[in-house]
Design a protein around this ligand. Structure first.
Ligand code: MN
Ligand code: MN
Length: 275
């Protein structure tokens, strides 16, 4: 079981990489935009669960991993090393992507330290492609690589609405538990025995709520539905990432504000689960 003696503050870590996208660049600018939204005077820093995140003892900005001139496995190695260092020192890490490929090294680093992890993955896409456009480390493939690693106990996905034949086969092969958008009736009873890592792709939301993403998939989750999952699943949250915000598609920073809201509520959930 996870340790309950984790050090505060939670570490907010930027992973500004979008080398593994299949369509549009832009997510490398997301960590900066989310931080700006977090500190924007239009809102306060309290979570809905009662934590005042202006208290510097609760979390700290660990800055960005220096990825600007790094690609491929060299970038993954740097992400993996940076997160491993923090996790081994007893810190909990909330990462801001970046495209979704960053979750492979980020979650691997957590799983190696915590033993077999469960992943709660909220996304329009299952991201289980064996490869995408010849890239096996594409942002469409991180959960295939993680399930092959043997480090993952369970992968539970919510909000999926893009399953094709190949990804259905991959999901069956890896035993992925999928709550498709067309049937969310069991989401309220999701429960985990092992430590939980949350990976939140902003395109899980309906584009009406979050237009600042690369891949528009109508028929998605509301902001409130995602908050309900963050607040209410049964289990202990030990780490998370928020990925795939594309500032090029985000006039008025409305999606950055949603990502900042999730960042706050995820921190609140991590703090609650320590008790
Ligand atoms: Mn994704
Ligand atoms: Mn997605």
């Amino acid at each position: 079981m996870p340790k309950n003696d984790q050090k505060t503050p939670i570490q907010l870590l930027g992973l500004p990489q979008d080398n593994n996208v299949s369509y549009l660049s832009g997510p490398c600018m997301a960590p900066t935009r989310i931080r700006e939204a977090l500190f924007c005077d239009s809102a306060n820093l309290w979570t809905e669960t009662g934590f005042d995140l202006s208290d510097k003892k609760l979390w700290q900005d660990a800055g960005d991993v220096s990825l600007y001139d790094k690609t491929g496995l060299e970038a993954f190695e740097l992400i993996h090393t940076s997160i491993t260092k923090l996790v081994k020192s007893g810190y909990q890490v909330l990462s801001l992507g970046g495209d979704h490929s960053v979750s492979f090294p980020a979650i691997s680093a957590h799983a190696e330290n915590h033993g077999r992890l469960s992943i709660l993955h909220i996304d329009a896409h299952p991201d289980l492609y064996d490869d995408m456009q010849g890239n096996s480390y594409s942002h469409a493939s991180p959960f295939a690589r993680l399930m092959e690693s043997g480090l993952i106990d369970r992968l539970v996905q919510i909000g999926i609405r893009t399953l094709n034949g190949h990804q259905r086969e991959q999901a069956a092969r890896f035993g992925v538990e999928i709550h498709e958008m067309c049937d969310l009736s069991q989401v309220g009873s999701i429960s985990f025995d092992r430590p939980v890592y949350l990976s939140l792709d902003m395109d899980a939301l309906d584009p009406a709520f979050a237009p600042g993403v690369s891949h528009y998939e109508p028929g998605g989750l509301s902001t409130r539905a995602v908050l309900d999952v963050i607040h209410n699943f049964s289990g202990q949250l030990i780490g998370a990432d928020v990925v795939e915000l594309n500032p090029h598609r985000d006039p008025g920073n409305v999606t950055a504000m949603v990502a900042a809201k999730f960042t706050k509520e995820i921190m609140g959930r991590i703090l609650i689960d320590r008790k």
